[in-house]
Design a protein around this ligand. Structure first.
Ligand code: NAD
Ligand code: UDP
Ligand code: UDP
Length: 343
């Protein structure tokens, strides 16, 4: 990139200041809500590395200070303990809005809070974007497609979602967040972006968040059987976190609103996933079948032609390459846990 870290810029007019730094690129101030979480902390790493100022807003429901502690002491990094359900005043150029529990175990824990986070939290961040003229990116989800009747899913598909089920707080919450985003765009001219993220894995996932990749990897490391829910023939498509973060930044910096599917089209049954974990982590790993959860989507796979064409983005890291990249982080945290240090 043409950005030179040694250049300094003075900002004018808060979020609307456009002061060039180096050749062709100004230093920006960027908010990442949910920036102490799994995806958010990797995004923060990328933004800090490329030379921007980053403010993280997080209430630490599922996020951890440990995920961003390597930035403590860096004057270009700021961490605010704040719940996005409450209004906040800031002056920034861009808002990456990620705050929301993402694993089914966490978002079902307090479903009403999940809806408030998605609706009131997104409303507040859009109100902020409107007031200061900031660009706003929403991290929506493949769950807006529900238990899809179209396969693979294109962005044009409207979805097949149960409005009264145990997943609805998340699915419908995100659908409403998308609606709000488009209404602020149409009604208040806010510059917006919408990403529909498919299952993502990598270092810093919560150890016991119940998601399938974190479960299988932790189970394999702890020498426990991998718990396959149902018959294990349901499918998901797993993307490594660095691919997602590249896609989010490409979307924010690009010219297109979206929505864009951001996911890896490599589709696996849960039994196949268990096979890959066994192959790359522990050849002696075993599996155990458990009852499945309600409303579990039978299959999911992104059609990413739109992101390929308009964002020039596609994932680079296969499941076989990505899984080993999270093992050290998981091993270390499990070891610390065993030694009673917590994680
Ligand atoms: P995560 O749970 O690790 O991160 C979410 C972060 O938001 C946490 O740090 C949490 O403390 C914070 N948060 C939650 N509620 C908040 C509130 N009310 N106020 C302030 N902070 C709050 O999850 P993640 O996997 O990093 O997901 C990040 C975003 O990406 C979420 O919006 C999620 O819906 C979306 N997404 C993730 C995936 C995936 O597979 N990881 C898939 C689809 C969509
Ligand atoms: N908001 C905020 N920070 C701001 C501007 C607005 O948190 O800098 C919140 C505000 O409190 C409101 C929401 O965003 O709850 C929507 O704001 P908007 O101005 O669009 O609507 P209004 O306040 O007129 O309802
Ligand atoms: N799953 C599983 N074993 C586990 C956790 C999940 O077989 O220990 C299955 C789950 O039933 C679902 C799939 O893995 O079919 C993906 O679940 P996850 O919670 O990771 O994500 P989501 O359902 O939100 O896609």
């Amino acid at each position: 990139s043409s950005y030179n870290d040694k250049d300094f810029s003075f900002r004018v007019n808060g979020g609307t200041g456009r002061v060039p730094v180096g050749v062709g690129r100004k230093r920006m101030r960027i908010v990442v809500t949910g920036g102490a979480g799994f995806v958010g902390s990797h995004l923060v790493d990328k933004l800090i590395k490329r030379g921007d100022d980053v403010i993280v807003i997080d209430n630490f429901f599922t996020g951890r200070k440990e995920n961003v502690k390597h930035h403590f002491g860096n004057p270009r990094f700021e961490l605010i303990r704040h719940d996005v359900v409450e209004p906040i005043l800031l002056e920034v150029d861009q808002i990456y809005h990620l705050a929301c529990p993402a694993s089914p175990v966490h978002y079902k824990y307090n479903p009403v809070k999940t809806i408030k986070t998605n609706v009131m939290g997104t409303l507040n961040m859009l109100g902020l974007a409107k007031r200061i003229g900031a660009k706003f990116l929403l991290t929506s989800t493949s769950e807006v497609y529900g238990d899809p009747l179209e396969h693979p899913q294109k962005e044009t598909y409207w979805g097949h979602v149960n409005p009264i089920g145990v997943r609805s707080c998340y699915d419908e919450g995100k659908r409403t967040a998308e609606t709000l985003t488009m209404d602020y765009h149409r009604g208040a001219n806010v510059e917006v972006r919408i990403a529909r993220i498919f299952n993502t894995y990598g270092p810093r996932m919560c150890l016991d968040d119940g998601r399938v990749v974190s479960n299988f990897v932790a189970q394999a490391i702890r020498k426990q059987p991998m718990t396959v829910y149902g018959d294990g023939k349901q499918t998901r498509s797993f993307q490594f976190v660095s691919d997602l973060v590249d896609g989010l930044v490409a979307l924010m910096e690009g010219e297109h609103i979206g929505p864009f599917n951001l996911g890896n089209p490599g589709e696996f049954t849960m039994l196949e996933l268990a096979g890959v974990v066994k192959e790359v982590i522990d050849p002696s790993a075993t599996i155990e079948f458990k009852a499945n959860t309600a409303d579990d989507p039978h299959k999911r796979k992104p059609d990413i032609s739109k992101a390929k064409e308009l964002l020039n983005w596609e994932p680079k890291i296969s499941l076989q390459e990505g899984l080993p990249l999270m093992v050290n982080d998981f091993r270390n945290r499990i070891l610390n846990e065993d030694e009673g240090k917590g994680n």
